[in-house]
Design a protein. Structure first.
Length: 307
């Protein structure tokens, strides 16, 4: 028996898939739904129902020197690590995109290995590698490890954008007299910027949320927000942890929203090409010319403004 264009079996299978998807989503969101209301509790214990509504735990978070110092360290470490990961990951992606040697896939696997290797192994290996260099009690070692953890995200997102980039644009820029550096900043970078920005956001989120490496390599002056939360759970249970968790959830949501906006802009900036009439002999058909200002104007930096 069919209903519309789908059989009963197909409709039932679709409902089963939707039910499983919603069940998995509820399982993942349940901890967030439980933690966020506790941050507004007037009581001092993790229990429901809430005895009342209060902002005392947020006040404690923003007035405590320990929590504010941890937040400052997390923002500092995440910003520096994300900046380095963005630069190095973009350069690595460009090298792999232009590579024609046999071991390019192997090098790509090595570059993205921090994403698949357990973080405990990365932390222990980094500790034994940096301990003889006295980099296990300061920001320098943490920045290096967090850069290595965030660079794979930049490599993947930039390579995804480069897969749709036309190499002929670089050749045209060279014909117009642009050197490789000018061609990159004026022609290539605007095209791959959404991928670079998305990778930078992922690299920052990876550094901001990391705790295992910080537990092994950070000193007392490098305590980050996740480590402060971990220490708070072990030392004394306080609902200030729930306020910090709610702030982290809000921050992560904003990062995810920014990534979604960047992906939407990237997809809208590469529309499907429209069918163009055949070019006449000795020239390009008017409907087949690429939109926008000429490449020479982009390279010279004097793009004409339409009125």
């Amino acid at each position: 028996m069919t209903i519309g264009t789908r059989t009963i079996g197909q409709r039932f299978a679709g409902m089963m898939r939707a039910g499983i998807a919603y069940a998995v989503l509820a399982f993942l969101v349940a901890p967030i739904v439980v933690i966020v209301p506790l941050s507004f509790s007037a009581g001092s214990f993790f229990h429901y129902p809430l005895p009342g509504f209060s902002l005392r735990w947020y006040e404690d978070f923003f007035t405590s020197p320990f929590w504010l110092a941890a937040l400052k360290n997390s923002l500092f470490l995440g910003s520096i690590a994300a900046s380095l990961a963005t630069v190095l990951g973009t350069l690595a992606a460009l090298g792999l995109w232009r590579a024609n040697f046999a071991f390019s896939r192997f090098i790509l696997a090595v570059l993205i290995s921090p994403m698949v290797v357990p973080i405990v192994i990365v932390a222990v290996g980094a500790y034994f590698a940096f301990a003889p260099l006295h980099l296990t009690d300061g920001f320098a070692g943490l920045i290096l490890v967090h850069t290595a953890l965030g660079a794979p995200f930049v490599v993947i997102t930039v390579l995804a954008n480069l897969s749709g980039f036309d190499r002929n644009l670089l050749r045209a820029a060279a014909v117009c007299g642009a050197n490789p550096v000018v061609a990159f900043f004026r022609v290539m970078l605007p095209a791959i910027l959404p991928g670079v920005a998305s990778g930078a956001v992922f690299a920052f989120a990876t550094s901001f949320d990391e705790v295992v490496v910080v537990l092994l390599m950070a000193g007392p002056g490098q305590r980050t927000l996740p480590r402060q939360m971990f220490a708070g759970i072990n030392d004394n249970i306080s609902l200030t942890i729930t306020a910090a968790a709610a702030l982290l959830i809000t921050f992560s949501t904003l990062l995810m929203a920014s990534v979604a906006v960047l992906k939407r802009r990237a997809s809208s900036s590469h529309p499907a090409p429209a069918a163009a009439p055949d070019a006449p002999a000795g020239g390009i058909a008017p409907g087949n010319r690429p939109p926008g200002p000429p490449l020479r104007s982009l390279i010279d930096g004097n793009t004409p403004v339409s009125t």
